[in-house]
Design a protein around this ligand. Structure first.
Ligand code: PLP
Length: 362
């Protein structure tokens, strides 16, 4: 019997013990950080400490951080709050972008899921825009050519919004004008995130209420959550080698499963070391996810991270992958706690399922 394993870090990562400890300490500061009395001032100081830590970890000014309830809200704040006449979004953006950018023009991607820079340049020739391109794709891990994208956007007088929800805490945080991050993908609690607003002069707060977060995001700050976010980010950056260790495990998995018939989507792109998108031809993703779950391995169908329902992946479709094969693809996502034994156990379970399928088909 193989050791069971959680291989769904891209959906939500296990909460870090350091985050839990920091949240417990911060919870003692239960007063409102906006209150002027001593308890409020102590809560405010704890909030600003956490802000400084997160800014250090992400490489931005503390004053650029606007805390939100997560990545989705941070993206919505920029998509709805940045003053722009046009919005362009890449074809592989997360639903948190697509659903909040109704009417946006779509930037096509190549077969590896990377933005087509010529197409972007042509779109920008029609005028400046707020352009949303993610750092790392949540289904394949493919990294976007953000430096090139940003150069084109700025040359056209536009602004770049980067969804860095999957990359934050794993690779260097990008230098977009607006960058969205989320704590629960890097070992912090769910329900906390931030927008790095480097061009705050172009942003208008969309949530009305108290004047928290310099008027950009009304509502009493979630101090325990923010403290947990800060501690998790420290934990991720303190262990400088975990990404390389995980990359070796991911490569080991892909090499073994390719030999057993797997197709790896997006493998030709530079990728996060933590995500592998694997097709098992002939077997529906939902069947794979259930069979692997019974064998003790938690993975996702590519597009099912938030709602639990399995639909054809718009990411794989945009990459030109046939709908049938896209529907036979799962996402395996690793993290800092993933072990070789877990990966070998998962590979054995995948191979056993593929062999059962092959014998049925014979
Ligand atoms: N963007 C990407 C790429 C994601 O993977 C996710 C979560 O799955 C989000 C945005 C939404 O983040 P949150 O769950 O913090 O709202």
């Amino acid at each position: 019997m193989n050791a069971p394993a959680y291989l769904d870090y891209a959906a939500t990562a296990p909460i870090d013990p350091a985050a839990v400890a920091a949240m417990t300490v911060a919870a003692a500061h239960w007063a409102n950080p906006s209150s002027v009395h001593r308890a409020g001032r102590a809560a405010h100081a704890a909030l600003e400490d956490a802000r400084e830590g997160i800014a250090r970890g992400l490489g931005c000014q503390p004053s650029a951080l606007v805390f939100t309830s997560g990545g989705t809200e941070a993206l919505g704040l920029a998509l709805n709050g940045v003053v722009a006449t046009r919005r362009l979004v890449s074809a592989v953006e997360h639903d948190a972008v697509r659903a909040q950018a109704a009417g946006a023009e779509i930037i096509p991607v190549d077969g590896e899921g990377r933005v087509d820079l010529d197409a972007l340049e042509k779109l920008l020739a029609a005028g400046p825009a707020l352009v949303a391109v993610m750092q790392a794709n949540n289904e394949t891990g493919a990294l976007q050519p953000l430096a090139d994208v940003q150069a084109l956007v700025h040359a056209a007088g536009g602004r770049l919004l980067v969804d860095a929800v999957q990359g934050a805490g794993k690779i260097a945080c990008p230098h977009g004008d607006f960058v969205a991050v989320s704590a629960h993908k890097l070992g912090g609690p769910p329900g906390v995130g931030a927008l790095i607003a480097r061009c705050a002069e172009d942003l208008v707060g969309v949530q009305r209420g108290g004047g928290q977060e310099r008027g950009f995001r009304a509502g009493t700050e979630n101090l325990p959550g923010i403290a947990g976010f800060a501690a998790a980010l420290v934990a991720r950056t303190a262990d400088a080698g975990w990404q390389d260790r995980v990359g070796v495990l991911r490569d080991r998995l892909e090499t073994r499963l390719r030999a057993a018939g797997a197709i790896v989507h997006g493998a030709g792109a530079p990728r996060l070391p933590t995500i592998s998108n694997l097709a098992m031809p002939g077997v529906a993703a939902s069947t794979q996810v259930m069979a692997l779950d019974l064998a003790g391995f938690a993975v996702s169908a590519g597009a099912a991270c938030s709602s639990g329902k399995v639909t054809t992946s718009h990411v794989l479709t945009a990459m030109g992958i046939a709908p049938a094969l896209a529907g036979q693809s799962i996402r395996v996502s690793l993290g800092w706690l993933t072990t070789e034994a877990e990966i070998d156990g998962f590979a054995a379970a995948w191979e056993a399922l593929a062999a059962r399928q092959a014998s049925r088909a014979a």
